[in-house]
Design a protein around this ligand. Structure first.
Ligand SMILES: NC(=O)c1ccc[n+]([C@@H]2O[C@H](COP(=O)([O-])OP(=O)(O)OC[C@H]3O[C@@H](n4cnc5c(N)ncnc54)[C@H](OP(=O)(O)O)[C@@H]3O)[C@@H](O)[C@H]2O)c1
Length: 299
């Protein structure tokens, strides 16, 4: 087994491409498992970085076992619902075990779903279900928990609202700390963890822990205009709203419908999934991007 041979599933995705890049920067050999028939142009960035591409169907055991041979770690950055997170990722796990790969990093990269009450967040329930299976598997695993991706702050999970100069918060405490990490920092940390043979079962990271009040201060300083706090309501109201919208939303395979984003916000402001203690310092060479850098691009 080559200690620097990493197998990556999900390498064509947002996070996966970054993980591949960070692994190559660290001198690892990367074998990306991609779907059969993936368009050639979608693979050009990976090819430029000398990533080995293996077309394989995650449902075909022999293909995946063969792709996993000789690896020191299998990383998953797959995204989807139960068919992907439980079934396809489960098949990848079984193949890694059969190929005698010693370590597995599942596709989690979220807030601390191990501490969040089951039934609160549909996606976290899937992550928890897979982790329960992984914990019993004959392979060492490391779940990487990174909070919300930082670019979502002013995007899909809008908290900073430039048009009305407000920062939205829910609940009674605008000083409730929230965890954010950029995708790039998450990818760099994941690459370090994949090359570290002694990782614990869970690693928690955050580029910055900042409250809604803290966000308003940063936004005010960056824009030169005061940003005020805007209370959406109590967290229970947010939960009820999410339930109502879910009832009226047709079922889909989308991992992030609006109501799921609201479940995510509920978990952030309710606070039980906070990341603590942090393992940022485990790899002291890493630099962490703060909220100010990310907000500067949008304000
Ligand atoms: N903390 C946060 O705020 C946050 C936000 C977003 C995502 N995430 C997490 O980050 C991770 C990666 O997300 P992402 O944004 O990088 O997702 P993405 O861009 O959609 O990439 C998903 C990857 O999974 C692959 N994939 C999905 N289903 C597959 C299947 N059945 N067979 C083979 N490959 C399959 C895709 O392949 P194709 O390209 O062929 O479709 C793609 O490479 C997930 O764990 C997600 O939960 C966290």
């Amino acid at each position: 087994m080559n200690q620097k041979q990493i197998v990556l599933a999900g390498a064509t995705g947002n996070l996966g491409q970054r993980v591949a890049r960070e692994l190559r920067i660290r001198g690892a050999s990367v074998r990306a498992i991609v779907r059969p028939g993936t368009e050639f142009t979608r693979l050009s960035a990976l090819r430029r970085q000398a990533v080995e591409i293996v077309e394989a169907d995650l449902n075909v055991r022999a293909e995946i076992v063969s792709a996993c041979q000789g690896a020191s770690c299998v990383i998953s950055t797959l995204l989807g619902l139960d068919k992907v997170l439980i079934d396809a990722q489960g098949a990848l796990l079984d193949a890694a075990i059969e190929a005698q790969v010693p370590r597995f990093i599942p596709s989690d990269y979220a807030m601390d779903f191990t501490k969040i009450k089951p039934g609160t967040n549909r996606n976290f329930d899937l992550h928890r279900q897979f982790k329960a299976h992984l914990d019993l598997a004959a392979i060492r695993s490391t779940t990487i928990l990174s909070g919300a991706f930082m670019h979502l702050l002013a995007g899909d999970a809008p908290l900073v609202l430039p048009k009305i100069k407000r920062v939205l918060y829910w609940g009674n405490d605008p000083n409730q700390p929230l965890d954010f990490t950029t995708m790039d920092d998450t990818a760099a940390y994941t690459a370090e963890a994949a090359l570290d043979p002694d990782t614990p079962p869970i690693l928690r990271i955050a580029g910055e822990q900042i409250s809604a009040a803290g966000l308003a201060k940063v936004a005010s300083e960056l824009s030169g205009t005061p940003y005020h706090l805007f209370r959406g309501g109590g967290v229970e109201r947010l939960r009820r709203l999410s339930r109502i919208i879910r009832v009226f939303t047709p079922d889909s395979e989308s991992p992030f419908p609006i109501w799921q984003g609201m479940q995510y916000l509920y978990c952030m402001f309710e606070g039980s999934g906070r990341l603590t203690p942090l393992d940022n310092k485990r790899y002291p060479n890493l630099q962490w991007t703060g909220v100010q850098t990310v907000l500067k691009q949008v304000l």
